[in-house]
Design a binder for this molecule. Structure first.
Ligand SMILES: Cc1cc2nc3c(=O)[nH]c(=O)nc-3n(C[C@H](O)[C@H](O)[C@H](O)COP(=O)(O)OP(=O)(O)OC[C@H]3O[C@@H](n4cnc5c(N)ncnc54)[C@H](O)[C@@H]3O)c2cc1C
Length: 833
């Protein structure tokens, strides 16, 4: 046992072991791993070991892809066989919608470089005659994945880690963390066996560590308590059963290779071979969350009782698909805790509010994800950033509003949704509505169909008034859903008259004090605005890529109002606060930061008639001129009064029309909504949702955070040169310049299929080669065709370059167009009146 290390990894499951291995491989010499029991004694020991490459997310696809390749290389390095059976993975589709889902998924696979094949029912039958296929539409097949022995692969990683100098200590439990300002003091207790239980002894050691990583699996709630933070990782029961040998399978296998892992998504199960029999893993309804606060001391490498009734439907569905399995008996069952998070992605990255504390918690596919997580987390810790954007996994994507009940209910929902159709326009129902702004009921009465952003209810579109419950759910599609025509009408309203968008979820911070100007000047890459003006600007990572996009409003010489993406409040707040602390710690003058997100509501009014609407209710000595260009130019801010509501109005419009963001005291929101809707009636004002706005902003080539903007591209690669002031020094500048242009953000117009638009995941091709990918997509009302934004090889970023985009397995013509194809001169935004 060492008492001082560079990095301490807590937890010896697949994930912690991989992190320790990769930290050592990345060059850190002094790494120790502590495990309270035995390696793999958490969820790892009873995992089925499947390594599904199929994944709808870009970052997680990279992570899984890395794991599969890494595990194949482990035997050579360690001499240990990790038991990797590369049998392939067959995902069957019973419906056309499921095939559509696979085709959309294949877009992600293609952009990441994961191999796949398409099979017809006849081809499936021909290769695997035990599988019933007459009710199938087809399948997608991954030849390179399969399954692995979870304990063996963990032991191989542990051996590799030890060979690289990692110290692994078992039977030590971490019981306390204290940050001294430069390192962690970690209290560790020797664990001992007593009556079959594992209990703390009196022996304690304090280990100091520069960095700590927690990978504590089902113990995440205890870890959260010890650290004083929230971690929405709570396990759910997950079971699989093993059958006796199936004589038909045994017979068939005499002359044939093993079946691929079979997945009948519409029946909610996976099946693989196990010693002549079958393993059935269902994702059934109503599996309960467990260990909401603690794992009991008596629960070690234990299991819950089998709940056969709960999985009857899936069991029957397996018999339907593999008829020979009907007569074979059950041999074994495993019902264990499987950790989940509300969106199913693990929580990997810096812990909220803490220094040098890294989380790797909430893994539901932890065997699949362990390798890649270790690789990319080690990059973040050692080099400051990973080569892929890890934001989708960041632990701070849930804010302080998140509670135990929310996490438990959402995690149960997430488990149940593993095999449902993952429409890209999917909105899940559990725990809603939760965070609502005062205009919510009014919007609902107008037909609003809401999405959830960081817990907030935000209108996606306004459907038919009085639409039946489930309207949105029932009309979802991988092509154009029931919302499409409503979004069309809303987009047209903004281009032709006026629209009112609820943007209350925006993240808002006040940054004030004598140090505010100097701090923000170094923190962001654009010039700071003058008092009363606004600027679009970016805070960069230490690698010069985009960490946060801000609209900065300068309220006074040393007071600023920062607006950033609504989905990322805690993520943005954490970086802002830590950067400000660093600034002050280095001798900078004092500044304070307030998160005022929930104090201010935001409506965006946009469209050629928006000024006329506002004029109806604006109160001013000279109401005729207060909104004109002279007194209220584009990219400026004014405190105005709309009826009796004081409004901080900012003249910007994300839709590219004349418009204002109306930031208002949240308690006056209902009042303001009513006044605007009344005033707008005669000008054709329409309430508008996020979907139409997303289309319109692409016509202006406005990049969105989380799609075009993230930690894998610099602002120069994103084509935002005009917002980067190279004459000043700012965080990340040198790395940004040194990185050069690896790929370039472009806008494309697409002659696509008649019934579908791109979703922003599709591959872009040139001369038959993949040369980039879309990051956004949609329909352009201005051009009457599909539109998208994405990244391409720099030499193919020229306006007029002809590309192809793959949608639904076919190639469609696309052309790179100039930035801001709609109103490139910004004439309508600047319109006077
Ligand atoms: C039935 C079932 C089947 C599954 N099948 C698959 C599958 O096919 N493929 C797949 O990818 N995933 C599968 N999973 C999920 C997989 O098991 C988990 O995602 C994975 O094991 C998580 O690994 P981990 O290292 O995060 O957690 P764990 O394996 O639980 O490891 C956490 C470790 O941390 C230790 N620890 C906790 N607190 C402390 C502390 N304070 N001090 C020291 N040590 C501590 C624990 O003792 C434990 O050993 C399955 C899960 C179940 C239940």
């Amino acid at each position: 046992m060492k008492t001082h290390v560079k990095a301490l990894v807590v937890g010896g499951g697949a994930v912690g072991t991989s992190i320790a291995y990769h930290l050592a491989r990345a060059g850190w010499e002094d790494v120790m791993l502590l495990e309270r029991d035995e390696l793999t004694s958490g969820s790892t020991w009873h995992a089925a070991g499947l390594l599904p490459l199929f994944n709808m997310g870009f970052a997680t696809s990279h992570i899984h892809d890395y794991s599969v390749k890494f595990y194949k290389s482990l035997q050579e390095e360690t001499g240990l066989n990790a038991g990797f059976s590369v049998v392939g993975n067959l995902r069957m589709a019973q419906t056309d919608a499921r095939m559509d889902e696979y085709m959309l998924y294949a877009s992600t696979a293609e952009t990441v470089g994961i191999p796949f094949e398409w099979l017809t029912p006849a081809e499936i039958r021909e290769r695997w005659p035990l599988v019933r296929t007459e009710d199938l539409k087809g399948a997608i097949y991954h030849p390179t994945d399969g399954y692995i022995n979870p304990a063996d692969v963990t032991m191989a990683m542990a051996k590799g880690a030890r060979q690289r100098g990692v110290l692994i200590e078992r039977k030590w439990q971490v019981d306390g963390y204290e940050w001294t300002g430069s390192e962690w003091r970690v209290t560790c207790t020797r664990m001992q066996e007593r009556g079959g239980n594992l209990v703390p002894s009196d022996e304690q050691v304090v280990v100091t560590a520069e960095h700590v990583v927690t990978a504590t699996g089902n113990h995440a709630q205890r870890t959260a308590r010890l650290l004083g933070i929230k971690i929405p990782a709570i396990p759910v029961e997950h079971q699989y059963i093993v059958t006796e040998p199936d004589p038909a399978l045994v017979d068939w296998r005499k002359t044939n290779p093993e079946h691929p892992v079979l997945r009948d998504a519409d029946a909610k199960w996976y099946v693989r071979e196990e010693r002549g029999g079958w393993i059935l893993g269902p994702y059934e309804r109503n599996a309960p969350a467990r260990f909401l606060y603690d794992v009991p001391e008596s629960f070690r490498a234990d299991l819950f009782p089998l709940d056969l009734e709960g999985i009857e439907e899936e069991y029957m569905a397996m018999i339907h698909r593999i008829p020979t399995s009907e007569t074979v008996g059950l041999k074994d069952d495993f019902n264990g805790p499987i950790c989940y998070t509300p969106d199913g992605n693990p929580l990997v990255g810096p812990a909220p509010g803490l220094r040098n504390m890294w989380l790797a918690e909430g893994f539901s596919f932890g065997i699949t994800a362990a390798g890649g997580t270790g690789h990319y987390l080690a990059q973040m810790m050692v080099e400051g950033e990973a080569e892929i954007d890890m934001a989708a996994l960041d632990p701070k994507r849930y804010g302080a509003w998140m509670t135990t009940e929310y996490a438990a209910r959402k995690n149960e929902e997430c488990y149940e949704h593993v095999f449902i159709l993952h429409h890209p326009d999917e909105e899940r129902e559990a725990c809603r509505p939760l965070r609502t702004a005062p205009a919510y009921d009014r919007q609902k009465a107008l037909g609003a169909q809401f999405g959830q952003v960081n817990g907030w209810e935000r209108p996606n579109y306004y459907g038919p008034v009085g639409a039946p419950e489930g309207f949105d759910h029932d009309t979802r599609s991988f092509r154009r859903g029931g919302w499409w025509q409503h979004a069309m009408a809303e987009a047209e309203a903004i281009r032709q008259a006026a629209g009112l968008i609820d943007a209350t979820a925006f993240t808002k911070h006040l940054v004030r004090g004598p140090g505010a100007t100097a701090f923000l000047d170094g923190f962001t890459c654009n010039k700071l605005p003058r008092v009363g003006r606004i600027n679009l600007t970016y805070a960069l990572t230490c690698h010069g890529t985009v960490r946060t996009e801000y609209t900065i409003v300068r309220l006074a010489e040393h007071a600023y109002y920062l607006v950033s993406a609504g989905a990322w409040t805690a993520y943005d707040a954490d970086f802002l606060r830590k950067s400000a602390e660093d600034f002050m710690g280095a001798g900078g003058a004092y500044l304070d930061i307030h998160d005022v997100t929930t104090q201010w509501g935001v409506f965006a009014i946009a469209g050629p008639k928006s000024r006329d609407v506002l004029k109806e209710i604006v109160r001013d000595r000279e109401p005729e001129t207060v909104l004109g260009n002279k007194r209220f130019p584009w990219l400026s801010m004014r405190e105005i009064e709309l009826g009796m509501c004081p409004v901080r109005a900012i003249r910007v419009a994300y839709t590219g029309e004349l418009g204002w963001e109306l930031h208002h005291p949240i308690e006056m929101q209902a009042y303001l909504w009513d006044r605007l809707m009344e005033a707008g009636a005669k000008h054709g004002l329409k309430p508008v949702g996020a979907r139409a706005q997303n289309w319109l902003r692409q016509e202006k080539s406005y990049r969105a955070f989380g799609t075009e903007l993230g930690r894998d591209a610099t602002p120069l690669e994103a084509g935002l040169d005009r917002f980067v002031d190279l004459d000043k020094d700012f965080h990340g500048k040198e790395r940004m310049l040194a990185t050069g242009i690896r790929s370039k953000c472009v806008t494309v117009l697409i002659d696509g299929p008649a019934d579908a638009d791109p979703w922003g995941r599709e591959a872009l091709l040139h001369d038959g080669q993949k040369i980039g990918r879309l990051t956004s997509g949609g329909y352009s009302v201005a051009f009457g065709k599909q539109i998208g934004m994405g990244y391409v090889r720099p030499d193919l970023a020229e306006v007029g370059t002809k590309l192809k985009v793959r949608m639904f397995r076919e190639l469609w013509d696309a052309e790179v167009v100039e930035d801001s194809p709609y109103d490139p001169a910004n004439a309508v935004i600047r319109a006077d009146g």
